[in-house]
Design a binder for this molecule. Structure first.
Ligand SMILES: Nc1ncnc2c1ncn2[C@@H]1O[C@H](COP(=O)(O)OP(=O)(O)OP(=O)(O)O)[C@@H](O)[C@H]1O
Length: 281
């Protein structure tokens, strides 16, 4: 079992070391059966236990949806997968999480982990920079300075996020001038530019209109061919439409984890059934 008292780790790491860590972790991706294997995970915010004995395998090139009522631990679980909770004072984790076969608390550099396991938030979070610089940011930090190479990465990432045609003539404009839906797809492009293998999405469409929501859902379905996606959603319909597996959390416990089709047609737990049929939440 791993005990981790969280601190801000690695923020001053030298660029060369960081690049090396990313390279090693990309090479080490290997043939692990699951993208993540979570065993006996407990998480505490000071004295409050937010996650209780979570055991879950997250499959490669699948979309896994995390559902459950407010405060049940979905975002906490998501952020534990790339050690973003390291930044929360008083947060303490026990248990084991393997990413591509390696223990994230013992064998993986946290900075490299966050490049390989990217995150998209509820509110789009573009930097107050140009569209181009938003996407080029990650590669630049990783040490890529060649203009042609950066331009190629930016174009490829915007194409993957299905927003190249909309933005290709506006690359030098501020990202803050884009609509909310465009900003969210730009943030996905920015995540992709750092060459992750996993994209964590924390309610990525809850601030968006239905048309932008559909674009993000279509994008997620397209991206799962190349990436593993874990998404927190309050929308049962969204979980049904796009996810392969669904995990139902309640009061910090993983109540049920199953194929989405089975979960929504024949839930094996009475609390799952009550939640997905709208009897509480
Ligand atoms: N930084 C923090 N410090 C202390 N407690 C926290 C922190 N973040 C979350 N919590 C607590 O942990 C529990 C789980 O919160 P979490 O945000 O993971 O739930 P959630 O299921 O994602 O909720 P929501 O659907 O409302 O976003 C809650 O009781 C919350 O108050």
């Amino acid at each position: 079992m791993t005990e981790m008292t969280t601190t801000l780790i690695g923020s001053g790491a030298a660029k060369a070391t960081e690049q090396e860590a990313v390279r090693v972790s990309q090479e080490a991706a290997g043939d692990a059966e699951y993208t993540f294997s979570v065993e006996g995970l407990d998480l505490f915010y000071d004295q409050t236990q937010a996650l209780k004995n979570i055991n879950m395998n997250i499959e490669k090139n699948h979309i896994t949806a995390l559902i459950g009522p407010s405060g049940c631990g979905k975002s906490t679980f998501l952020k534990t997968l790339n050690r973003m909770n390291d930044w929360v004072e008083g947060c303490r984790v026990t248990g084991k999480i393997q990413f591509e076969g390696k223990d994230i608390f013992k064998e993986v550099d946290p900075l490299a982990l966050r490049y390989r396991v990217g995150m998209v938030f509820q509110q789009p979070t573009p930097f107050p920079k140009s569209i181009f610089e938003n996407v080029a940011y990650g590669p630049r930090i990783q040490g890529i300075s060649n203009k042609k190479e950066l331009a190629e990465i930016v174009e490829q990432s915007l194409r993957q996020a299905v927003i190249w045609d909309e933005l290709k003539d506006r690359l030098n404009e501020s990202a803050l001038g884009l609509s909310g839906g465009q900003q969210q797809r730009l943030c996905i492009a920015r995540t992709l530019a750092a060459r992750p293998s996993v994209i964590l999405m924390d309610e990525p469409t809850s601030a968006l209109d239905p048309i932008s929501t559909q674009k993000i859902e279509d994008l997620a379905l397209e991206l799962k061919k190349d990436y593993t996606i874990v998404i927190v959603t309050h929308s049962m319909q969204q979980a049904r439409r796009i996810s392969d597996k669904t995990a139902f959390f309640l009061l910090g416990e993983l109540i049920e984890f199953n194929d989405t089709v089975d979960m929504f047609t024949q839930p094996s737990n009475a609390q799952t059934e009550a939640y997905i049929t709208g009897r509480f939440g």
